[in-house]
Design a binder for this molecule. Structure first.
Ligand SMILES: [Zn+2]
Length: 235
């Protein structure tokens, strides 16, 4: 299903956007200007988890919650498929970078209590307390997942500061890229002190930039014309 994008459209889309602005196309036609997500999601296998349900109506998906599994890939896939566990995540990323999807991103996965409705959950196979959890392969796949999620839902590729202890009722309210420990600091520490937040943010932004080119000069001119056109209408 097509979605309005928060990111710069390509030249063709810019031209159409100008035309839409000048001729006041209705909103559905405007939204249909944008195609499928241009960021590649390199899924190795969809391993379905029964542990999910519908997101509440009207909820905006504005956050990706990053976890570490504290266990092996095999154990994680098995536990998250087990209805007894009552836990799941949208994505699991192995140490070698292999990407497994377990829940459709439109559905609510069960990984971060009061953040489930608004978030995408990503489980990184590894340990919050070990620096060697992080390597080029699993971080590259994570960057792709974050970039895809950002374009798909308009999620900011930036980590908010603080945690639930700093917000009213011990309820965290930050959006963007969030660690599980920020949501539940009383019993969670993942993804841990070794997780390279700055690198992850930069890498994810680079993936978006490569997949969604900036408008060219011609497109910029058309956007300017579009603004002039809008201004004349307003007057
Ligand atoms: Zn976690």
């Amino acid at each position: 299903m097509p979605h309005p994008r928060l990111l710069p459209p390509g030249p063709a889309a810019s031209l159409l956007a100008v035309l839409a602005c000048c001729f006041l196309l209705p909103a559905p036609a405007h939204a249909a200007l944008f195609g499928d997500n241009p960021v590649d999601l390199p899924i190795k296998e969809f391993v379905a988890s029964p542990n999910h349900n519908n997101r509440p109506a009207g909820v905006t998906v504005d956050t990706v919650v990053i976890h570490t599994t504290e266990g092996s890939l095999g154990g994680t896939l098995s536990w998250l498929q087990n209805p007894v566990s009552q836990v799941s995540a949208h994505f699991v990323i192995a140490q070698n970078g292999d990407l497994y999807q377990m829940v459709n991103s439109r559905k609510r996965a069960w990984h971060a209590t009061y953040y489930n409705a608004r978030s995408i959950g990503v489980e990184m196979v590894g340990y919050a307390g070990r620096a060697d959890t992080w390597n080029d392969a699993n971080l590259a796949t994570l960057a792709s997942v974050l970039a895809w999620s950002s374009v798909e839902f308009g999620i900011e590729l930036e980590r908010p500061l603080g945690n639930a202890y700093g917000d009213a009722n011990n309820t965290f309210r930050g959006t963007g890229l969030v660690g599980h420990a920020q949501i539940q600091p009383w019993n969670k520490s993942d993804p841990g002190v070794f997780f390279p937040w700055d690198r992850v943010e930069a890498d994810a932004r680079a993936v978006v930039a490569a997949a969604v080119p900036e408008p060219g000069t011609a497109a910029a001119l058309l956007i300017t014309l579009g603004c002039l056109c809008r201004g004349r209408r307003a007057a």
